[in-house]
Each structure stands twice: as structure tokens, then as C-alpha cells.
Design a protein around this ligand. Structure first.
Ligand SMILES: CC(=O)SCCNC(=O)CCNC(=O)[C@H](O)C(C)(C)COP(=O)(O)OP(=O)(O)OC[C@H]1O[C@@H](n2cnc3c(N)ncnc32)[C@H](O)[C@@H]1OP(=O)(O)O
Length: 404
């Protein structure tokens, strides 16, 4: 049997390894025209592939970005995408080898975190990734949903023409700010690959302008035809694909606009933060149903001391965590975490956890005491879970809001 080798992707191999990814995701490798559109955003750098002889059979990659952590700092993060192993080569440890190699590479490059969106929830925990954010999928009965009379009203919303729809949102996304932990910077290649494709595919963009005349929030959406011969009065569905607003007034303006779109019976809103304000904006909150809650961003602390030191902590009593990391053992150790920051210590541990569980706590999504109750955290000081709950809590739910 031919040896399976894992190594960095070399220049000139991009198209062949892209074909592996497409095949692993049940697609068809690109023809010349489609590859010409994709090539500029699919670079060899930061990609690792598995080869059977000279044939690529597995792949992983990442793009460099920064992710906002509690307290408002942002840290170097590898946004991992494009993980796939060809049918016929799966369950032989190739993904494990690829992702381990990738993690070591991230550590060498100085990435503090790695992050990904998982196709299945059973794959990445063993590599130290933990569910760091969850999202809600909302469905609005548009005809039953009216804004409350006290919902703020200031400024105006306008629909953009296609040229503006391409050019305005990147700056508005940046301006929407870093209030939420989990937000990432969107590189230029993200906008060219994702946003431009959507605008060219009949997605619309509406922008909120504040009373001083400054554009602030935007929404990108599309309208889906649902009517048929059998159900001619069903009404269309409007899908909210990307909505970012820097404040409640801009968000209220965008929602007033969406609720006013005629001929629409249902508004589908996938992937919102768990504390999305929409239900609280409505006179009848039941007009907005949460249809699903999913894991969203999976986080991997690549450099545990740097990650713990980068985030802020709420006022409280410091605790000592003992963290274990099987893939990157340099991170294994004890850390004293408190309102003044985090640093290594030799003090006895009060809580013991692995790096996957630490990732679940890191952005504030899960409570320490809950994860201790279900056996994911070892407790040597019974007072410590409540103390750590206090330190790790965040004023808002974390949310990424960017598919990659
Ligand atoms: C970030 C992203 O890109 S998400 C997209 C991920 N890609 C896909 O879903 C495409 C389709 N799937 C695939 O390409 C492959 O099945 C992969 C990449 C998910 C897994 O690749 P493999 O090389 O088979 O993984 P590997 O052999 O290293 O498996 C390691 C362990 O994870 C388990 N595992 C791997 N994939 C899965 C899965 N989908 N469901 C459950 N367990 C899984 C294996 O059973 C194995 O467990 P074991 O060590 O106890 O035997």
C-alpha cells in the first residue's frame, strides 16, 4: 500500500487540492472558468494536504484574521476552512494528522486562536476545539409581526443599487464595531468570495442612515419564491443573510424596513446571536419563533497563556485552573485567572479542565458551574465553579456572524 504523506501545499498544486475539497464535500471539481474565478482566493499558503504518492487525497487550510475576545481586544486567529478527505481515504487518521500539523504551524506563526465552523459536531473536539458560540435560527410571521410603538425610530433606510451594494458593506461592517466577543475581521478575499457572489446572485442590500446623515447598519437579504399552483397565496419568504448594526437604533431601523417588505409572508433569520433583540422589538413576541439552536464557532486556544491574558474578566475572586493540552503540550499548566488578568502559577489548582472545555468557556458562552456539573471540569475547591462563573461571564452573548 502506498504511504500517505502530510505536507504543506506547494505553489502549482492549488487546483488539484481544491478538487479534493470539492469532492469531499460531494461536489464536482471546477472547470477552467470556475477555477479562474476561485484561484485568486485559494492560495497555497497556510494549506496542508495529504498525498497518496503524488495524488492529493486530503486537505486543510486557514486564513489569517483577528477575533474579538471579551473585554474588546482582538487576537491573531487562524480561520480554518476547507477540511476534507476523499472517500476511500477516510477513517485512517488523515484529518487528525492534517489538523495536528496545522495547529503546530499556527503556533509557529504566532496565532493565539484557531476557529472553524464544523460540518458535524463530533469531529473537532478531540483536536481541542470547543463550541465557543451558538446561534439561534428565527422565523418571523411577517403579517403578525408589528414593531412595538416604543421601538426607537431615528434615521432612514434605503435600498442600494447593485454597485453600492458591492462597495458600501465592508466599511459598514468595520464600523459596526467589536462589541461582541467572537466577531472576526473579514479579509478582502472574504468579501470578494462571499459578498460579491451573493450580490451578483440577486441578494439585496439596505442601509440605515442615522439622523446626522452617516450610514451605520446594513442588511443583505434575498427573497425566495414559495408560491405554487397548489398554494398560490402562500406569500414569499425573505431570508436575512447578513445583518450588522452598531447600535439598537440602527438595528431597529433595519427591522422596521424588513417587516415592511410587501408580499412577504415569512422572514427567515438563520444564525443570529442567542440574545438577538428581535423578539423584544415586536408587539407580539410570538410572531418570532426560535426554530433551532446550533453550535456555531468552534474555537481552539493555540497559545493558552496569551489567550487567557488577552481577554478581560469581570470583578471577582481569582481562581487557579489546571489546563491540559495533548496536541500542544507547551500550553499544559496552571493559570491564575482574575480581574487583573491571567498568568502561569505554581499554586494548587481549584479547577481541572482540558483545552476543549476551556475553549467553551473562553468567549463566555457556557457557565463553568454547568460544565462542572456535567463532569467536564474537575473541581478540587467546591467554591471555585461559582467564582469562575463570575470571572468568565460577559455582558452579551458571543457571536461570530461570519460564515467561512
Ligand atoms: C472546518 C470545515 O472545513 S468543516 C468540513 C469538514 N469536511 C467534511 O465534512 C467533508 C466530508 N468529510 C470528510 O472529508 C472526512 O470524513 C473528515 C475530514 C470529516 C474526517 O476525515 P478522516 O480522515 O476520516 O478523519 P480521521 O480518520 O482523522 O478521524 C479521526 C477520528 O474522528 C472520527 N471522525 C472523523 N470524522 C467523523 C465524522 N464525520 N463523524 C464522526 N466521527 C468522525 C473518526 O472516527 C476518528 O475516530 P477514532 O480516532 O476514534 O477512530
Amino acid at each position: 500500500m502506498v504511504d500517505l504523506v502530510v505536507r504543506p501545499v506547494a505553489e502549482g498544486e492549488e487546483r488539484a487540492v481544491f478538487g479534493v475539497l470539492v469532492r469531499a464535500l460531494r461536489g464536482t471539481p471546477p472547470d477552467d472558468e470556475r477555477w479562474a474565478q476561485r484561484a485568486a482566493a485559494f492560495l497555497a499558503e497556510r494549506r496542508f494536504a495529504a498525498f497518496a504518492g503524488d495524488r492529493p487525497v486530503g486537505l486543510t487550510g486557514s486564513m489569517p484574521t483577528r477575533l474579538t475576545v471579551p473585554g474588546g481586544e482582538s487576537v491573531r486567529t487562524a480561520a480554518v476552512d476547507g477540511v476534507g478527505v476523499l472517500p476511500g481515504y477516510t477513517r485512517r487518521g488523515l484529518m487528525t494528522r492534517l489538523l495536528t500539523e496545522q495547529l503546530r504551524d499556527c503556533a509557529r506563526r504566532g496565532d493565539v486562536l484557531a476557529a472553524l465552523h464544523a460540518s458535524e459536531a463530533t469531529i473537532y473536539g478531540r483536536l481541542g476545539y470547543g463550541i465557543a458560540t451558538r446561534v439561534a435560527w428565527l422565523r418571523v410571521d411577517r403579517r403578525a409581526a408589528a414593531p412595538r410603538p416604543d421601538l426607537p425610530r431615528a434615521g432612514e433606510v434605503r435600498l442600494l443599487d447593485p454597485d453600492e451594494a458591492l462597495t458600501l458593506p465592508p466599511a459598514l461592517y468595520r464600523r459596526a464595531g467589536t462589541r461582541r466577543p467572537g466577531r472576526i475581521d473579514r479579509p478582502a478575499q472574504w468579501w470578494s468570495l462571499r459578498h460579491e457572489a451573493r450580490v451578483r446572485d440577486n441578494h439585496l442590500v439596505a442601509v440605515h442612515r442615522d439622523p446626522a446623515g452617516e450610514d451605520d447598519g446594513y442588511v443583505l437579504y434575498r427573497v425566495l419564491e414559495r408560491r405554487s399552483f397548489d398554494q398560490p397565496v402562500l406569500g414569499e419568504a425573505l431570508e436575512v443573510v447578513d445583518l450588522h448594526a452598531p447600535n439598537a437604533v440602527a438595528a431597529a431601523g433595519l427591522w422596521r424596513y424588513l417587516l415592511s417588505v410587501d408580499l412577504v409572508a415569512e422572514i427567515r433569520v438563520p444564525g443570529r446571536p442567542l440574545d438577538d433583540p428581535l423578539p423584544a422589538m415586536l408587539a407580539d413576541p410570538r410572531a418570532c419563533q426560535t426554530t433551532n439552536v446550533f453550535d456555531d464557532l468552534w474555537l481552539r486556544l493555540v497559545d493558552v497563556p496569551a489567550a487567557l491574558a488577552a481577554r478581560g474578566y469581570a470583578p471577582g475572586v481569582p481562581v487557579v485552573l489546571e489546563v491540559t493540552d495533548d496536541q500542544l503540550p507547551a500550553s499544559t499548566g496552571r493559570y491564575r485567572v482574575g480581574p487583573d488578568g491571567a498568568a502561569r502559577t505554581t499554586d494548587p489548582p481549584q479547577l481541572r479542565l482540558d483545552v476543549e472545555t476551556l475553549a467553551m468557556l473562553y468567549l463566555g458562552e457556557w457557565r463553568v458551574s454547568l460544565l462542572a456539573d456535567v463532569g467536564r471540569i474537575g473541581v478540587t475547591d467546591p467554591a471555585a465553579p461559582a467564582m469562575a462563573d463570575q470571572l468568565f461571564r460577559t455582558p452579551v452573548h458571543p457571536w461570530c456572524g461570519t460564515p467561512f
